[in-house]
Design a binder for this molecule. Structure first.
Ligand code: UDP
Length: 254
C-alpha cells in the first residue's frame, strides 16, 4: 500500500505503538464434551481450540507403540474472512496443522501414552491475521485444560516489518501490505523456539529487534494462558461445575 502505515507520532493504523500487542482474552474449559478446550479473542481474531484424548489411534496402522501422536487440524470457517473461503482443507491449512502439531508434540510427554492419539481441533471463527499464533496459543491452553502432561505451554505471536520499522503482532492490513511477517512460538521455561516462519525480508538488526519484541510478548501471553487456567479451576472448585446441577437445584443446595 502506498502511503504510511505508521504516523508521525509512531502510532499504527489501529492506534497501537510498534511494540504493542492487540488486546487478548483467553478462556479455558469452554466446551463440555471436549477433554480440554479454550477460546481466544485476539484483536479481531476469534479462535476455538478443542482437545480429545489421548484415545486409541485410528486408523490403527498409524499407531506408534512408543508414543502418542499429536494430530492437529486447523480450520478456517468459510465466513471467518471477508472473501468467503472455500470450506475444507487447502494447502495453507494443511501446512498450519502440520507446524502446530509438531510444536505441540514437542511439549507433550507423548511417551506416557503409546498407541494413542491426542486430537486437537482449531477452528478460526473470525480471522484478522496471526491466526496460527492465536490457534497455537489456544491449543496449548486446551491441552493443559485436558490434563495432558506437558513440559510447558506454548505462547506464540507474529512480529513483522512495516514502513521499514519492526512491529509486534501484525493486524490484517499490516500483514497484507507490510514488508515482513515472522510468526514465532516459544517454550518460556527453556527459551526453545518451536515455530519460526518468515515471509519477506529483514536485516540482522531488524531480526534481533523482532526477536526481542516477540520474546517479550510471549512472556505476557504466557501469563494470560496461566491466568486462564487458574480462573477455570478456581471456579470449578467453588461451584462444582463438573456435574452441573439444574439452576433450581443449585439454588436449593445454596
Ligand atoms: N486470510 C484470508 N483468506 C484466506 C487465508 C487468510 O482472508 O484464505 C487472511 C486472514 O485474515 C488471515 C490473514 O489473511 O488471518 C493472514 O494469513 P496468513 O496466511 O499470514 O496466516 P495467519 O497470519 O492468520 O497465521
Amino acid at each position: 500500500m502506498e502511503g504510511k502505515m505508521i504516523d508521525e507520532n509512531g502510532l499504527r493504523i489501529d492506534g497501537r505503538k510498534v511494540d504493542e500487542l492487540r488486546p487478548i482474552k483467553i478462556e479455558a474449559g469452554v466446551l463440555k464434551r471436549a477433554d480440554g478446550s479454550a477460546y481466544v479473542e485476539w484483536g479481531k481474531n476469534k479462535v476455538l481450540a478443542a482437545v480429545y484424548g489421548p484415545r486409541e489411534c485410528h486408523p490403527r496402522h498409524l499407531q506408534d507403540p512408543s508414543k502418542a501422536l499429536v494430530q492437529c487440524k486447523y480450520n478456517m470457517i468459510a465466513f471467518s474472512v471477508s472473501d468467503r473461503k472455500r470450506p475444507g482443507p487447502d494447502r495453507r491449512s494443511v501446512e498450519i496443522s502440520k507446524i502446530i502439531s509438531e510444536a505441540l508434540e514437542y511439549v507433550v510427554f507423548t511417551e506416557y501414552f503409546p498407541r494413542t492419539s491426542v486430537d486437537v481441533y482449531i477452528e478460526i471463527l473470525q480471522a484478522n491475521a496471526g491466526t496460527r499464533c492465536a490457534g497455537l496459543t489456544a491449543a496449548s491452553v486446551a491441552l493443559a485444560d485436558a490434563g495432558i502432561p506437558m513440559k510447558d505451554m506454548i505462547p506464540s505471536v507474529a512480529v513483522g516489518k512495516i514502513d521499514d520499522q519492526v512491529v509486534l503482532d501484525l493486524c490484517k492490513e499490516e500483514d497484507n501490505y507490510g514488508q515482513a511477517d515472522l510468526p514465532i512460538a516459544v517454550v518460556p521455561r527453556t527459551g526453545d523456539i518451536l515455530l519460526m516462519q518468515m515471509d519477506g525480508h529483514m536485516t540482522l538488526d531488524e531480526f534481533n529487534k523482532a526477536m526481542e519484541y516477540g520474546f517479550g510478548a510471549c512472556e505476557k501471553i504466557y501469563q494470560l494462558q496461566k491466568d486462564a487456567l487458574k480462573r477455570r479451576y478456581a471456579v470449578e472448585d467453588v461451584e462444582g461445575l463438573e456435574e452441573e446441577a439444574p439452576r433450581e437445584q443449585q439454588d436449593m443446595e445454596g
